[in-house]
Design a protein around this ligand. Structure first.
Ligand SMILES: C[S@@+](CC[C@H](N)C(=O)[O-])C[C@H]1O[C@@H](n2cnc3c(N)ncnc32)[C@H](O)[C@@H]1O
Length: 403
C-alpha cells in the first residue's frame, strides 16, 4: 500500500472535524488532523513491522497449508507456547483484519490460514512520511522498531520481554516515549487532565497518582489544574511509582518544572499490594489518578478495592486509559506491550477481565461496579462513538466512592 493510500491530509481533516463535533470540550483539543493522520501512519508502520516479524519468526511458513489455531501455529513454528500465545494471537488477528489471513471460527477457537501473500512493505517510507507530518511521534517509531528486531528471539523463548524492553541501555527510549513531547503519548495525559478538571470534587483536595512513571501525566495535570485556578485547593499531590528509576526521574522532572509546588510528595507504591500497609490511610484521598497504569494491575479487583478504601466518601478515581472499542481489537501499541508479562497475563475474570491488555468500556464499567464504585463514566463516551470512530482508543474512566 502506498503511503498516500494510508490516509491523505484531506481525509484526516474531515475526520478531525467530525470528531470535534462530537468530542466534549474538555478533551477535544489534541485530536487534530495531524494527530489523526499520524495515528494512521503509525498503524501502517506497525503493520509493516508485523509483516516482517511474521516472516522472520517462522509464522508465515506455519500458516501455509492446513488452517491452524494459534496454538497449532505456534507449535509448527517451534515457538515457546506460554510466552508466544498472546502476541501470536494478536499478530494473527492483525493479519486477518488486513486480509492477509483468512479466519474461520471452529468450535469457538479461531483458525487461520494464508489468504494472500504477505506483502514486503518498507517501514522506512512510513517513518519518512511521519517525519514530514509531525516528528514528535518519532520516539514511538523508534520503540516499535527496536522491539520488532527482538521479537523472534522473544517468541522463541530466548529472551524475556522485560529484558528487551527495560535493559539499561533502553531506558532512554522510555524517557522519550512517556513524554508530553511525544505526540502519540501526550493525548493520554491531556484527556486525563481534562477529565480530572471535569470531575475533581470542589474545595481542598488530596490527590494520589499511581504508576506516575516519568511524570508526564502529573505535569499535564498540574498545568491543567493551575490554568483552571485549582492550585490553591491542592493540599497534597502524592506522586507514586513502583520502578525506582522512573520514580527518581519523575520526581526530578516535577520538582524542576514546579519548584513552587510544596504540595508535591513522592514515594514508592505497588498497586498490587495493600495500600494501607504502604502508608495510605483509609478514606484519606479526594482523587486517585492514574494514566495507563490500571490495566497492568496483576489483580484488577484488588487494586480497585485498594483505591476505593483509600478514597474519602465522594472521592473520585480517574484513570486515563487506552481503551479497546471491541474485545477483539488489536490496538497498535499492544505490539510493544505484549512483550510484558504483567500486560499479557493478569488475574482474569470471566466478564470484565477475560484477557490481559486493554479493556473495553463495558469491561471497565463491570470492574468498577464490582468494586462498589458508582457514577462510572468514560470521557469521551467511547461506546457511543465507536460505530463512527472504531479506532478511537483514548478515554478516561471516572468513578465515585459513594457518600
Ligand atoms: C504507562 S506508564 C505511566 C507513565 C506515566 N504516566 C508517565 O508520564 O511517565 C505505567 C506506569 O505504571 C508503573 N507500574 C507498573 N506496575 C506497577 C505496580 N504494580 N504498581 C505501581 N506502578 C506500577 C510502571 O512502572 C509505569 O511507570
Amino acid at each position: 500500500m502506498a503511503i498516500e493510500e494510508v490516509i491523505d491530509l484531506g481525509e484526516a481533516h474531515k475526520m478531525a472535524s467530525d470528531l470535534s463535533e462530537v468530542l466534549p470540550a474538555r478533551v477535544r483539543a489534541p485530536f487534530t488532523a495531524s494527530f489523526v493522520r499520524s495515528a494512521r501512519l503509525y498503524d501502517e508502520f506497525v503493520h509493516r513491522l508485523v509483516f516482517s516479524v511474521f516472516r522472520t519468526s517462522g509464522l508465515a511458513a506455519a500458516v501455509t497449508g492446513e488452517p491452524g489455531t494459534a496454538e497449532e501455529i505456534i507449535a509448527r513454528a517451534g515457538l515457546e507456547p506460554a510466552r508466544a500465545r498472546v502476541p501470536v494471537e494478536w499478530i494473527l488477528r492483525r493479519l486477518s483484519h488486513r486480509c492477509v489471513l483468512e479466519q474461520t471460527d471452529g468450535h469457538g477457537q479461531p483458525r487461520f490460514r494464508v489468504r494472500a501473500a504477505v506483502p514486503e512493505l518498507d517501514p522506512a517510507s512510513v517513518l519518512e512520511e511521519q517525519h514530514r507530518q509531525d516528528p514528535s511521534w518519532l520516539p514511538s517509531y523508534v520503540l516499535a522498531e527496536t522491539v520488532a528486531r527482538d521479537y523472534p528471539a522473544f517468541l522463541r523463548g530466548e529472551r524475556t520481554g522485560e529484558e528487551i524492553l527495560f535493559s539499561p541501555s533502553r531506558l532512554r527510549l522510555w524517557v522519550d516515549f512517556f513524554s508530553n513531547d511525544n505526540g502519540l503519548y501526550a493525548v493520554n495525559n491531556l484527556v486525563g487532565a481534562g477529565a480530572v478538571e471535569e470531575w475533581l470534587p470542589p474545595g481542598p483536595v488530596a490527590i494520589m497518582e499511581l504508576g506516575g512513571g516519568l511524570g508526564s501525566g502529573a505535569a499535564a495535570l498540574l498545568d491543567g489544574l493551575r490554568r483552571a485556578g485549582r492550585w490553591p485547593d491542592i493540599r497534597e499531590y502524592r506522586f507514586t511509582e513502583l520502578v525506582p528509576f522512573f520514580l527518581r526521574r519523575g520526581q526530578h522532572t516535577l520538582q524542576t518544572r514546579f519548584p513552587e509546588a510544596s504540595f508535591l510528595k513522592f514515594g514508592s507504591l505497588d498497586m498490587n499490594r495493600s495500600f494501607e500497609e504502604q502508608g495510605v490511610a483509609p478514606g484519606s484521598l479526594s482523587l486517585v489518578y492514574a494514566v495507563n497504569t490500571l490495566h497492568v494491575a496483576r489483580d484488577l479487583d484488588l487494586t480497585i478495592r485498594g483505591i476505593f478504601h483509600s478514597l474519602a466518601p465522594g472521592g473520585r478515581l480517574v484513570a486515563s486509559e487506552c481503551i479497546r472499542t471491541t474485545p477483539a481489537q488489536a490496538v497498535y501499541i499492544e505490539f510493544i506491550f505484549n512483550l510484558m508479562e504483567t500486560f499479557r497475563s493478569p488475574v482474569l475474570h470471566p466478564t470484565y477481565r477475560p484477557n490481559g491488555g486493554f479493556l473495553t468500556p463495558e469491561q471497565w464499567l463491570g470492574a468498577m461496579k464490582a468494586g462498589a464504585f458508582a457514577d462510572v463514566v468514560v470521557l469521551p463516551d467511547i461506546a457511543a462513538l465507536r460505530d463512527r470512530f472504531p479506532d478511537f482508543n483514548v478515554g478516561a474512566v471516572g468513578a465515585t466512592r459513594p457518600s
